[in-house]
Ligand binder design. Structure first.
Ligand code: ADP
Ligand code: ZN
Length: 741
């Protein structure tokens, strides 16, 4: 007997599924993952089928009203993964379902878009004279015709975007039978305009070969495991991923490669497309909804077998899945910042486990968590210590800025050493990257008389001075204010407001002053507003039209420019000062990544790290490119302090406009929770978060520490269910939190 009851999850219900009777006329059409229409209270709703049952324990079931005509959106193993995420990350089940399905696919009316398509007809070709006449009479139509001749098939929308031709114009060409117009579906390809040359795999270096063998071993194992590739920047990891993906394809399976959003540059896409052609699908946040929908459907239909994308690409419906790659596995960008607050790397390991597929984690600076797993034998560790073609690792120099400051009597932006190094590069027509992880011009706007700094009225952060427009900006809420002419402190009102601290704009101006003839560009979120400007700047840099590129972490990662022979880190201490026990780890990672941008071509690279704490282990290990040293020192600190990876940390954050209400609620919740926690769990706080106020919302949090999350998750979940949050206060649970701010 076919199942007669469907269990359904819908966005309307909080963390609950409901049973519905399947009316006889729909039996056989309802599957796991089907989208169904349901009555819900007095409303109608859409839901997803999470189970099919022979009977229900609930009496008087309502009936399904219909099945939406799309293939099922998930299967049993995807469903299991969603349930695991909801459980592990203490999130409502419907939010986990929402996480595995792109909104563009989940939404009502999601389908391929029908639009006008122009095609060349088989027969009639106009003569040159006809064409010349058209060019005189209707130049836009003529331009559209020329384009269409070349491409044979284009949408009316594309033709009109490129030539300005109207639909009426195309209709008139249709009348003359130069082209045929019809309504149809064209799969939107986000990379249609890229002209990508096919590539072939290079002969492998010994270390690459060994890495590939290790992955192949795991892929062939009855229970494939996790391979951690610790490979220095430029050791050829990406080539190893490509070869391993080829092996998955050869075995009749598909693959997913995750990259941090930040390194989803056209460059990365080109490498995958160049190797595998249009069976590569791309998923990232800059796609339009339509593009995302079409890419997802192309994967679901099995037309795309290789998926490259950011965080959520992890849930792409590749079947069967042969390999999951997580590049730059240490990246905090893999953590989702709304419920479920999952870490894509960790969920990838779980998906691999559930689906019996091998997982590859790669990084030049693995997270302490992953490296410890490898040391403990949970992951298979592969090392790649040589750069491809035996290119040498860049020479790293640490510049002690205390000395430079002492010599001149005031803080220096650029040391003499770094200036000379840049000059040398300009003389040799080589390129330089200058890195500073702070945008804006000056980071404080301060009254020299009373010392009061300008802070954001909505957030507990200082205003940053931006030279363009002479304004102060809050980097949390984006509030913009004119720079005051007098001190804001009513008891002071002194004039001569001062700017202090450095941002990328200031570096740009200083460099411009020293090297007036150099071609300089700056790349940070102030300069990359437009859709393509990010790619534009990088394109100009690649073509050698820029000598010196100044930027924030946007330029720190993944970029591969062979003519860059010098990297300067303006202020390495910035990230060390973060109020977070991972500050040293982040600094080490950042310095190593930035340094890795130098010397990727034939000329060896040089790196200058300017710092006021030259002997900090993070700085010293980055200088020696010695990950193991850093790991050994840092892991001892973590062990002693009982920080992750020796404990599992969860933050519970309360937010609201009324500071008193938020504080009272946090305290009440923490007190109640504390009473039910086992003795093995440590609860610290509640206390104001380092970012105590953002966008007018006060932020108060407490933290839970234990050797496993399962020691505190059940009591936490139980309390969340019963606890009545006061109006205006929200709560955010972050399991395995990566940031304490
Ligand atoms: P990683 O991902 O470790 O930074 P890549 O895979 O990007 O390293 O390799 C760095 C550069 O070296 C790329 O331009 C790549 O095409 C090239 N490369 C990688 N492996 C080889 C090889 N075996 N022979 C020649 N060139 C290679
Ligand atoms: Zn603000």
């Amino acid at each position: 007997m076919p199942p007669v009851v469907a269990r359904v999850i819908t966005d309307l219900a909080l963390d609950r599924e409901f049973d519905y009777a399947i009316p006889p006329e729909l039996r056989g059409q309802v599957h796991l993952g089907s989208v169904v229409r349901i009555p819900f209270g007095r409303r109608r709703a859409r839901g997803f089928v999470t189970a099919l049952l022979e009977r229900s324990d609930f009496p008087d079931l309502k009936s399904l009203e219909g099945v939406v005509d799309t293939p099922p959106l998930f299967d049993a193993s995807m469903l299991r993964l969603a349930r695991w995420m909801a459980d592990y990350y203490v999130a409502p089940f419907e939010s986990a379902i929402a996480a595995i399905l792109p909104a563009a696919v989940r939404r009502e009316g999601a389908r391929h878009k029908k639009q006008f398509i122009a095609r060349l007809p088989g027969e009639c070709t106009p003569t040159a004279a006809d064409e010349a006449a058209l060019a005189r009479k209707a130049p836009k139509q003529a331009a559209a015709w020329t384009l269409l001749k070349e491409h044979r098939e284009m949408t009316a929308a594309q033709l009109s975007e490129l030539t300005g031709v109207s639909l009426a114009g195309l209709r008139s060409l249709e009348k003359k039978k130069w082209l045929a117009l019809e309504k149809g579906v064209i799969i939107r390809d986000p990379y249609a305009r890229m002209n990508i040359l096919p590539t072939v795999p290079p002969p492998f270096m010994a270390e690459q070969q060994a890495a590939l063998e290790a992955i192949r071993d795991e892929m062939a194992a009855p229970k494939p495991g996790v391979v951690l590739i610790h490979g220095v920047t430029g050791s050829g990891k990406t080539e190893v991923y490509l070869a391993a993906i080829q092996a998955a394809l050869d075995a009749g399976k598909g693959a997913i490669a995750l990259v941090p959003e930040i390194s989803l540059t056209p460059q990365t896409m080109e490498r995958f497309r160049g190797r595998f052609g249009d069976i590569v699908a791309v998923l990232h946040s800059h796609l339009s909804d339509g593009e995302r929908h079409d890419e997802w459907q192309r994967i679901a239909a099995g037309q795309a077998r290789v998926v490259v994308g950011a965080r959520s690409a992890l849930f792409a419906p590749v079947r069967p899945l042969g390999l999951l790659v997580v590049d730059e596995e240490h990246e905090p960008a893999y953590k989702q910042d709304e419920a479920p607050r999952y870490n894509a790397r960790d969920v990838a390991v779980m998906r691999g486990h559930l689906e019996g597929c091998a997982v590859v984690l790669g990084s030049a600076t693995p997270s302490l968590e992953s490296y410890r797993n490898a040391r403990d034998g949970k992951y298979r560790l592969v090392k790649m210590e040589q750069r491809v073609d035996c290119r040498v690792m860049p020479q790293v120099r640490v510049v002690d800025m205390r000395i430079a400051t002492e010599k001149t009597g005031r803080p220096q932006l650029l040391s003499q050493e770094l200036i000379e190094a840049v000059r040398l590069r300009l003389d040799r027509v080589e390129q330089t990257i200058l890195f500073l992880n702070r945008r804006g011009y000056a980071t404080t706007v301060m009254c020299p008389a009373c010392g009061v700094t300008e802070t954001c009225p909505n957030c507990s952060v200082k205003m940053t001075y931006h030279k363009s427009g002479e304004t102060m900006m809050c980097h949390v809420c984006a509030a913009i204010r004119p720079v005051p002419s007098r001190c804001a402190n009513p008891d002071c009102r002194a004039p001569n407001i001062k700017m202090a601290g450095v941002g990328t704009q200031r570096v740009e101006m200083a460099v411009h002053k020293i090297f007036p003839r150099a071609r300089i560009a700056r790349m940070d979120s102030d300069t990359t507003g437009g859709k393509h400007s990010h790619a534009d700047i990088l394109g100009r840099f690649r073509r050698g039209e820029i000598d010196i590129l100044i930027g924030t972490q946007m330029i720190a990662k993944g970029l591969d420019f062979p003519h860059v022979t010098l990297v300067g880190v303006i202020q390495a201490d910035l990230s060390l000062q973060m109020p977070d026990f991972r500050a040293a780890e982040r600094t080490f990672q950042l310095l190593t990544q930035v340094a890795g941008r130098a010397g990727r071509g034939d000329i060896p690279g040089e790196v200058f790290i300017q710092t006021y704490t030259p002997f900090h282990p993070a700085v010293q290990s980055a200088r020696n490119a010695h990950f193991e040293n850093f790991f050994d020192q840092e892991i001892e600190v973590r062990r002693e302090m009982r920080y992750p990876p020796f404990t599992r940390l969860t933050t519970v954050l309360f937010r609201g406009l009324d500071e008193g209400a938020v504080a009272a609620c946090a305290k009440d919740f923490a007190d109640q929770l504390r009473a039910t926690l086992p003795r093995t769990v440590r609860l610290t706080g509640p206390a104001p978060a380092p970012l105590a106020k953002a966008k007018n919302h006060f932020r108060i949090q407490f933290m839970l520490w234990a050797s496993a999350t399962k020691e505190y998750v059940p009591p936490l979940r139980a309390l969340l269910k019963d606890f009545k949050l006061p109006k205006g206060v929200t709560i955010a649970v972050n399991v395995d939190a990566l940031s304490l701010t």
